[in-house]
Design a protein around this ligand. Structure first.
Ligand SMILES: N[C@@H](CCC[C@H](N)C(=O)O)C(=O)O
Length: 288
C-alpha cells in the first residue's frame, strides 16, 4: 500500500515550502533530507523551495526544522518562522495566545501575531534575536577570527565584491549594488554561495538603497538557489544597512523583495525584528 504524508504548502513573499505538522498529525519518522529533495522537485514532487517541519519542543512552544531544496538542513529561516507561527495559531495549538516561542537550531525566537483575517493569522512579527558579526560566527575563513566583516572585499574572477557578512543563525553575505535590476544573482550569487572561504556555504543578498528607510533586495539562497524572498536575508540586509551607515538603528526599514515587502528593525537592544505576512497555498496528501 502506498504511504501518504499530509502536507500544507505555504508561502511568505513567494518563498514557498512544504510544511508537515508533526504536532497534530501522526507522521512516520523519515529521512527528512531525502523527503525534502523529493517534495521540492517542481516536476516530480509538489514543488517548493524546501521542507519545513513543525514539531513539539521541550524548550519552547514549538520547534521548527528547515531543509533546503537540496536536502541540507539550515539553522534558521525567517519566512518559515512566520509560516509555522501562522500554522500553529490557525490550528489552535496556541489556544488563542497571540505570542509564543519557537525553537530553531540557532536558538529560541518570539513570534507575535500582529493581525488576523477571518480568525487566521495574517501578519506576524518575529523577534529574531541578535545578529552575529564576527568572522568565525559567520563562518568565514579569516585570520582575525573575531573581526566583523563590513564591506569586506571578496575577489572573484577579476572582480571585487564588497560584502558585509551577517549571521542570523545562518550565514549571509550582503552586497550593495547601484541597480537591483542588474544584480548578478545567478552568476556571482550562485558562485559565492559555495565559495570555499565560507566553510558552510552562504546565502548571498544583493541590495539597492532607495532611501535611508527603503531598499530593494534579491537573493541566491544556499541549498535552494534563486528564491523570491529570504527573511533571514532581509534581516541581514537591514543590519548591513545600519553597519554601513545607510540606515539608523531602531528605525523601521522597508525591504522590497522580489515576492513582496518585509519590515525590518534592528532595535536599540540589539535584536532584529522582522514583520510580514504568511499565507497557505494548498493542503493535501503526498504519495510516497
Ligand atoms: N528562505 C529562508 C532561509 C532558508 C535557509 C537558507 N537557504 C540557508 O541555508 O541558510 C529565510 O526566509 O530566511
Amino acid at each position: 500500500m502506498k504511504r501518504t504524508l499530509p502536507f500544507v504548502k505555504m508561502e511568505a513573499l513567494g518563498n514557498n515550502y512544504i510544511y508537515l505538522d508533526c504536532i497534530g498529525e501522526d507522521l512516520p519518522t523519515l529521512v527528512w533530507e531525502d523527503v525534502a529533495v523529493d517534495v521540492s522537485d517542481r516536476n516530480t514532487g509538489i514543488g517548493s523551495d524546501g521542507l519545513i517541519l513543525m514539531m513539539p519542543s521541550t524548550k519552547a512552544d514549538l520547534r521548527m526544522r528547515v531543509f533546503n531544496m537540496d536536502g541540507s538542513e539550515a539553522k534558521n529561516c525567517g519566512n518559515g518562522l512566520r509560516c509555522v507561527a501562522k500554522l500553529f495559531f490557525d490550528r489552535g495549538y496556541s489556544n488563542g495566545k497571540k505570542q509564543f516561542t519557537i525553537e530553531t537550531l540557532s536558538g529560541v525566537v518570539i513570534a507575535t501575531v500582529i493581525s488576523t483575517a477571518r480568525n487566521e493569522a495574517k501578519t506576524i512579527e518575529i523577534n529574531m534575536g541578535y545578529p552575529q558579526l564576527e568572522a568565525e560566527q559567520i563562518p568565514f575563513l579569516h585570520e582575525q577570527k573575531n573581526e566583523p566583516l563590513i564591506s569586506y572585499p571578496l575577489h572573484m574572477d577579476n572582480n571585487t565584491w564588497h560584502a558585509t557578512m551577517v549571521s542570523m543563525g545562518n550565514p549571509h553575505a550582503v552586497i550593495f549594488v547601484d541597480s537591483i535590476a542588474k544584480a548578478p544573482v545567478e552568476t556571482v550569487g550562485k558562485k559565492l554561495a559555495t565559495d570555499v572561504r565560507f566553510p558552510e556555504g552562504v546565502n548571498v543578498e544583493f541590495v539597492q538603497k532607495v532611501s535611508e528607510s527603503e531598499y530593494h533586495f534579491a537573493v541566491w539562497e544556499r541549498g535552494s538557489g534563486r528564491t523570491r524572498a529570504c527573511g533571514t536575508g532581509a534581516c541581514a540586509a537591514g543590519v548591513a544597512a545600519v553597519l554601513l551607515g545607510h540606515a539608523n538603528r531602531d528605525e523601521d526599514l522597508l525591504i522590497h523583495l522580489e515576492g513582496g515587502e518585509l519590515q525590518i528593525r534592528w532595535n536599540a537592544e540589539g535584536e532584529v525584528i522582522m514583520t510580514g505576512d504568511a499565507r497557505i497555498i494548498c493542503a493535501g496528501d503526498y504519495y510516497m
